[in-house]
Write a protein of this length. Structure first.
Lengths: 335, 365
C-alpha cells in the first residue's frame, strides 16, 4: 500500500510524525475486531491534520494508538515514527516520558479527564515537575503562565480552583494549558469542543488556532463535525470503517469531494446555507466491524457501486500531491 | 411507507381550522431548590424556567434554541407534566390541564408525546420493540392484540420492517434505528403535538439527516405540530417555522425563523447566530462573537440576565427586567432587550419622537 502524502507541497523538511500501515485489533467477545486497517500518513510541524468520520470509523483509535493509549487487549501493528523514534517499540517508562512532553492530548470531556481532588494549578505543576524536574514552586509559576496563555480570566485565583468550580469552557482551557505545559511538539485533540456550547466552542477553536500558530506544533484533530474541521485544519483525512477513504487539503475536499462517502457526508450535513426541504442522506448504516462486507466497506451504501467494488478493497489512490481517494471510480467521467 | 394512521380520536387536528394555537403557555415558572441553607436562610434555587410565555400554532414547528442550562429541556418536561410547574398556566386547545374543568393527564399524554435525546436510555432494555411501541397503547386501554397490530404498523411507518425489528431488543439496534423506534412509540397514540428534545443530537450526521427527513415527512403526512428543541442552530433553522431563543430560564427572542436568523434583535441571539461555523475553510471566524461562559442559573444576574456577557450593557440593564416586546417591521418578532425599547433609559434605544422601528414598521394591530 502506498503512503498518503500529506506533505504540504512547499515543505521540504522531513515529517515530524510518520505513520505507516498502522492497524489495531481488539478482542470483542473472543473475536478479533479490526478497528483500523492500514493507516498511513505524514505530519509536519506547524500543520493541523483532521481525522473526520462518524462513530466507529476509527478516528479516535488511530489517534490513541500513536501514543499507545489503548486497552491492554489491543494489538497494534505498523510503524509510528515520532522525530525518528519508533513509538510502538518503546517500553512503558520511555512511553511515559514521551506522553505529556513530546506528545500530549486533549480529551472531549474535561470533567472526567481532570483529577477532581487536586486543584488545577497542582495538576499542571505536577506535569512540569515530573517531566522537567523543576521544583514545585517553579511548576506553579509555569502553571500560572500556562493559564494566562490560554486566557483564563483571573488566572492567579484560578490556580487554586478545583475542576468542579470551573465552567465547561474554563475546564477545557485548563486542559489545554495542562497539555501544553511541557511545550509538546505534537498535540492530539480528541473532539475537544464537542461537549461545549456554540458560543464557547468557537472561543476554544480560536484559542487552539492561535496557540498552534504561536507554538508551531503539529496537531491532529479528531472530529465528526465538518464545521469544526473547516474552522481548524489545513488537511483532512476522511475515515470510514477503519480506513482513510479520502485525504487532501481541507478546501479541496470540501470543494470537490472525490469519494462517494465524503459526498454523502457533505449532503447530510445541515449547514448555514442549507435549503429547507429534504436532505439527501446516505442510506443505511455503517458496517459492523465484526462482519465487514467483502471489498469496499462503503459499497452497500454507495450510490455509484459497481461489481468491482465488491471484489477487493480499493487502494487509496493518489490523485495529486497530498490528495487521494479510495474509490475505483474516482477516475470515471461521471464523477 | 403506508398511510395507516387515522386522525386522532380525542381532539380534532385543527378544530376551528383557523391556525389557532394548539398550545399556549403563560407565566411558566420552575425553580429547583438546592440542598443547604438553614430554615430558608441562604436557600439557593436554580431558576431553571422563569416566567416564560409563548404559543404554538396548530401545524407549525416551533424551534427552541439556547445553550446548556438555559431551561429548554425543563420547559419540555413541564409541558409534558413530567415535572410540575411552580407557577403558570398551560392550555391545550384552550383547555387547562388538571383542575376541576381541565383535561386529565391521560388525555394530555394522548395528545402530546415526547422524543428524548438518548435513544438508548429512553427504551426499556427488557422490552422488544413491539412491546415498547405498544406499551403506551395498552396503558391507554387498547386491547393487547390490537396494540400489537398497531405497533407493527408504526414500526413500518418509521421505516423499520416489523418482521425483522418487532422482536428485537434495544441493544440489537443501531442508534438511528433506536431513535426511529422512539418516534414510532411517540406516534402510536396518535398525538397531535410532538416535543422533540434534542431528538437528533446524538446521532451521526448521515443518520441525523435520515431522521430529520423522517420527521419532516411524518409531520406532513399526519398534520402534526412540533416543538423542536436543539442546541444546533443550523438544524433548528432547517426544520422550524418559528424559533424561540432562551437564555438562563428566560425567553429573549421569538419570531419567524428567517426573520430571527436574518435580523436578530437581542445581542445574545446575534452572538449565537454568529457562532455558527461555516462549512468553508476560507470563511473562518476571526474573532469570538461572545466572550465568557454562561453564568450559573443559581441566583442569576439581576435585571437582564445576559448583561454580564453583553456588549451593550448599561446601568439600566442591571435594574430593570427587560420585557419581551415587538421591535421591528415583523409583528411576530419579539425580543427582550432594553436597547430595543424606546424610553427604556438605554442610550442605544430608538428615539421615541423620531419614529421608531415599531412605528415605521406598520401599525401594531
Amino acid at each position: 500500500m502506498n503512503a498518503v502524502d500529506l506533505t504540504p507541497v512547499e515543505g521540504n523538511a522531513g515529517p515530524f510524525l510518520s505513520v505507516r500501515d498502522l492497524s489495531v485489533e481488539f478482542l470483542s467477545e473472543g473475536r478479533p475486531l479490526r478497528a483500523i486497517n492500514g493507516v498511513d500518513f505524514d505530519l509536519h510541524l506547524g500543520e493541523t491534520l483532521c481525522f473526520l468520520g462518524e462513530s466507529g470509523s476509527g478516528k479516535t483509535v488511530t489517534m490513541r494508538s500513536l501514543v499507545q493509549l489503548l486497552p491492554p487487549t489491543a494489538r497494534i501493528w505498523g510503524r509510528v515514527l515520532l522525530d525518528g523514534i519508533d513509538v510502538l517499540t518503546l517500553d512503558a517508562d520511555r512511553l511515559r516520558a514521551i506522553r505529556g512532553s513530546q506528545v500530549s492530548m486533549i480529551f472531549q470531556e474535561p470533567m472526567t479527564a481532570l483529577d477532581p481532588v487536586f486543584t488545577v494549578g497542582h495538576q499542571i505543576a505536577e506535569v512540569v515537575v515530573w517531566h522537567e524536574g523543576l521544583s514545585w514552586s517553579a511548576g506553579r509559576a509555569r502553571a500560572l503562565e500556562m493559564l494566562e496563555l490560554v486566557q483564563v480570566p483571573s488566572a492567579r485565583r484560578r490556580l487554586d480552583a478545583y475542576p468542579h468550580e470551573l465552567s465547561g469552557g474554563l475546564r477545557q482551557r485548563v486542559m489545554i494549558a495542562l497539555a501544553l505545559s511541557c511545550k509538546p511538539k505534537v498535540l492530539l485533540a480528541d473532539e475537544p469542543t464537542t461537549a461545549l456550547d456554540a458560543t464557547v466552542q468557537i472561543q476554544i477553536l480560536l484559542l487552539l488556532r492561535e496557540l498552534q500558530r504561536e507554538l508551531g506544533m503539529a496537531t491532529i484533530f479528531v472530529t465528526h463535525d465538518l464545521g469544526v474541521a473547516c474552522e481548524i485544519s489545513d488537511r483532512v483525512a476522511v475515515m470510514y470503517a477503519g480506513r482513510f477513504v479520502e485525504t487532501g487539503a481541507m478546501a479541496e475536499v470540501i470543494d470537490s469531494p472525490r469519494h462517494p462517502y465524503t459526498v454523502g457526508l457533505l449532503n447530510s450535513t445541515v449547514h448555514a446555507g442549507s435549503e429547507r426541504g429534504k436532505l439527501a442522506p446516505i442510506p443505511g448504516a455503517p458496517p459492523d466491524l465484526l462482519d465487514m462486507p467483502p471489498g469496499c466497506a462503503f459499497a452497500p451504501r454507495c450510490p455509484r457501486v459497481v461489481a468491482a467494488c465488491r471484489e477487493g478493497v480499493p487502494d487509496l489512490e493518489q490523485l495529486a500531491p497530498g490528495r487521494s481517494a479510495r474509490c475505483p471510480r474516482t477516475g470515471s467521467p461521471d464523477c | 411507507m403506508p398511510a395507516t394512521v387515522d386522525p386522532p380520536e380525542s381532539v380534532a387536528s385543527d378544530p376551528a381550522g383557523d391556525g389557532r394555537p394548539i398550545l399556549s403557555v403563560s407565566g411558566l415558572r420552575k425553580y429547583f431548590r438546592l440542598r443547604g441553607g438553614l430554615g430558608g436562610v441562604g436557600q439557593a434555587y436554580v431558576q431553571a424556567v422563569d416566567d416564560i410565555s409563548f404559543t404554538v400554532a396548530t401545524g407549525e414547528t416551533l424551534g427552541v434554541v439556547g445553550e446548556s442550562g438555559c431551561g429548554k429541556s425543563t420547559t419540555a418536561r413541564l409541558l409534558m407534566r413530567l415535572i410540575e410547574a411552580d407557577e403558570g398556566e398551560m392550555l391545550l386547545d384552550g383547555r387547562d390541564v388538571g383542575g376541576r374543568d381541565g383535561m386529565s393527564l391521560r388525555t394530555l399524554r394522548r395528545n402530546v408525546q415526547m422524543v428524548f435525546q438518548d435513544s438508548y436510555s429512553s427504551l426499556n432494555p427488557r422490552h422488544t420493540m413491539a412491546e415498547e411501541v405498544s406499551f403506551g397503547l395498552t396503558a391507554q386501554g387498547v386491547k393487547r392484540a390490537e396494540a400489537h397490530r398497531r405497533a407493527n404498523e408504526m414500526l413500518e411507518f418509521v421505516g423499520l420492517e416489523p418482521a425483522i425489528f418487532a422482536d428485537r431488543y434495544p441493544h440489537e439496534l443501531s442508534g438511528g434505528q433506536r431513535q426511529r423506534v422512539n418516534v414510532a412509540r411517540a406516534l402510536a397514540l396518535n398525538p397531535r403535538l410532538l416535543l422533540l428534545d434534542e431528538a437528533v443530537s446524538s446521532l451521526d450526521k448521515s443518520v441525523e439527516a435520515q431522521v430529520l427527513n423522517l420527521l419532516i415527512e411524518i409531520k406532513e403526512r399526519l398534520g402534526l405540530t412540533y416543538v423542536f428543541i436543539s442546541h444546533d442552530l443550523n438544524v433548528v433553522r432547517f426544520i422550524s417555522d418559528r424559533v424561540l431563543v432562551m437564555y438562563l430560564g428566560k425567553v429573549v427572542e421569538i419570531g419567524p425563523v428567517e426573520t430571527v436568523y436574518g435580523s436578530p434583535g437581542h445581542p445574545y441571539t446575534r452572538a449565537l447566530i454568529a457562532s455558527r461555523l461555516s462549512v468553508d475553510p476560507r470563511r473562518r471566524i476571526e474573532a469570538p462573537p461572545m466572550v465568557g461562559d454562561l453564568p450559573s442559573p443559581i441566583n442569576p444576574p439581576s435585571g437582564c440576565r445576559f448583561r454580564t456577557r453583553c456588549p451593550l450593557v448599561e446601568p439600566v440593564c442591571g435594574v430593570a427586567d427587560p420585557v419581551l416586546d415587538r421591535f421591528g417591521a415583523e409583528p411576530a418578532h419579539l425580543a427582550a432587550c432594553h436597547a430595543l425599547v424606546p424610553g427604556s433609559g438605554h442610550s442605544k434605544a430608538p428615539d421615541r419622537s423620531a419614529g421608531t422601528a415599531l412605528e415605521t414598521g406598520g401599525s401594531p394591530s
